[in-house]
Design a protein around this ligand. Structure first.
Ligand SMILES: Cc1cc2nc3c(=O)[nH]c(=O)nc-3n(C[C@H](O)[C@H](O)[C@H](O)COP(=O)(O)OP(=O)(O)OC[C@H]3O[C@@H](n4cnc5c(N)ncnc54)[C@H](O)[C@@H]3O)c2cc1C
Length: 488
């Protein structure tokens, strides 16, 4: 079994330069996932000088581990949004998703992108009587938006189902092929791309932003934060406004391909799609949870694998992924500060970032160009949020911090010793060949890290920073590594 995402198999990675000198640019895009590349794509013909920096490698963040569905049928999101805001807001969000799907289609057609983009039928289903009403409500809402929705008493998948609805005009694609094509189009139109270039600080100086890496600085008139979970707290205080949802995914070779995608209505989500290249694959996702709960990651992986096996699948690829869930289920795309068009963000896609990243590119490029955008108000990060949602986020973060502080010696860990060295907690992991020593506190906001024995990483159960076994930060928001140094 391959411990990585299906999308990076057979990938020919073109590596980009590391930024090793100070530069000036009109626009700096921080992050080379689908959000960053979409922003660069929409801005590339604007006569502005554009620079995109990526802390790792282009496309290898959350975007490389998605299930690659391009759909407006997103669990029962319209019911959730209506409940938390209003019918009109739910309808606007629906319009934004339809718009983004059309944009993706247009980008693929115009540029003749080969990314396994296929039309599929989307289903939401449940095997639980208690969820039927929820799905029926989603159906009613979709019909009010003008969508033709079919009802099914049972559906032809390997999972149990008691009730389902389906819609047409939704798609799947190969996310990395799409991102790599955007990257090539941007590069051709003079977007400067740098990899292994991590921004750790942004300071406002007169009319510019100075963005610092460990070694160099970039002076930019405008900055787009497209790095999924930002590395700074102020402005915006994102940890108060999101929580992380983690899921486990398998891909198995199967005989037949089906042009249908499936998802349950509620967390813990189960999701299925197919992918065809030289073989047909069935991608099965399950066991999603708020990252603060269910922190025995090895157990969660094993659960998903054994569920796949029960479905007579033989997983060839297995991976996990996290995304940010917002208080009102609407993304945060727009200005980070009132009346400031120079510091923008695109994040919080509620696990629907294929459409929402492209939407972010469209909205943020319009703000930069000074154009009014029809979805700008809907996704405004500074909109008023429901207090109870914010309190729930704070509560679950605190719970996680306390829980993990008090139970440091996790009894499910193998081959790990905990010690105090130089007054700090360290963990020593012995892989049978050598010892790997790391600090156990996340440099971001001080949460105690959890060893993910399946992927051999140290993961933050509060804000989803991740570190390899030698302590190198492989995913933010942490700006720093946790490698133990003898004389610290
Ligand atoms: C299990 C799972 C399945 C999903 N399936 C779907 C799906 O089927 N359909 C769908 O629409 N959505 C799906 N999503 C959601 C979607 O994958 C994400 O919302 C989307 O990929 C986020 O894209 P991004 O560009 O914002 O983030 P990323 O792809 O993570 O890109 C951000 C980039 O910024 C870089 N970075 C971070 N910090 C810095 C820094 N300080 N300096 C420079 N660079 C930095 C990172 O290395 C990364 O490459 C899924 C999510 C999950 C968790």
């Amino acid at each position: 079994m391959n411990n990585s995402s299906l999308w990076i198999k057979d990938l020919k990675i073109k590596k980009y330069k590391v930024l090793n000198k100070n530069i000036n640019t009109d626009i700096l895009i921080i992050g080379g996932g689908l959000t960053g590349l979409s922003c660069a794509y929409y801005l590339k013909n604007s006569n502005l000088n554009i620079c995109l920096v990526e802390s790792g490698y282009i496309g290898m963040g959350v975007s490389s581990k998605t299930t690659g569905k391009v759909t407006y049928l997103q669990e029962t999101i319209y019911t959730d949004i209506e409940e938390k805001t209003s019918f009109d807001t739910a309808k606007k969000y629906f319009n934004s998703q339809k718009f983004a799907i059309n944009e993706i289609k247009k980008i693929i057609d115009t540029n003749k992108i080969d990314c396994n983009f296929y039309k599929v039928k989307s289903y939401i289903f449940t095997d639980n009587d208690d969820d039927i009403e929820n799905i029926e409500n989603e159906k009613n809402l979709l019909e009010k938006f003008g969508v033709k929705v079919k009802k099914h008493d049972s559906i032809n998948i390997k999972l149990n189902s008691k009730y389902a609805i389906s819609t047409d005009d939704t798609y799947i694609f190969h996310p990395i092929k799409f991102i790599y094509s955007l990257k090539e189009l941007c590069e051709k139109d003079n977007v400067n791309i740098y990899e292994q270039t991590k921004i750790i600080e942004i300071k406002k100086k007169k009319d510019n932003y100075i963005c610092y890496t460990k070694n160099v600085k970039i002076k930019a008139k405008k900055v787009i934060i497209a790095c999924h979970y930002p590395f700074f707290l102020k402005p915006f205080f994102l940890p108060l406004k999101v929580h992380n949802e983690k899921s486990y995914v398998t891909a198995s070779i199967v005989k037949d391909y089906k042009d249908e995608i499936f998802i349950t209505s509620k967390i813990p989500t189960k999701s299925i799609r197919y992918h065809k290249d030289n073989d047909n694959y069935l991608i099965y996702l399950s066991n999603s949870h708020n990252i603060c709960n269910s922190v025995n990651y090895k157990d969660n992986f094993n659960k998903t694998i054994s569920e796949a096996k029960k479905l007579k699948l033989n997983p060839k690829y297995v991976w996990s992924n996290e995304d940010l869930i917002t208080v009102d289920k609407i993304p945060y795309i727009g200005r980070l500060e009132e009346n400031n068009d120079n510091l923008l963000i695109g994040t919080g896609y509620n696990t629907w970032g294929m459409t929402n990243s492209v939407l972010a590119g469209y909205i943020l490029s319009d703000i930069i160009k000074g154009n009014k955008n029809e979805f700008e108000e809907l996704t405004n990060p500074l909109r008023t949020l429901n207090c109870s949602g914010v309190i729930v986020n704070i509560g679950s973060n605190l719970k996680s911090i306390i829980q993990n502080k008090v139970s440091k010696n996790k009894n499910w860990y193998n081959n790990i010793k905990f010690e105090t060295r130089n007054g700090k907690s360290v963990a020593i992991y012995n892989d049978g060949k050598k010892e790997h020593i790391v600090y156990t506190t996340c440099p971001h906001l001080g949460c105690t890290l959890i060893f993910n024995e399946f992927e051999k990483t140290w993961d933050c159960p509060c804000h989803a920073s991740r570190f390899d076994i030698d302590g190198k930060c492989i995913k933010g928001p942490s700006k720093y590594n946790i490698s133990y140094k003898e004389k610290d």
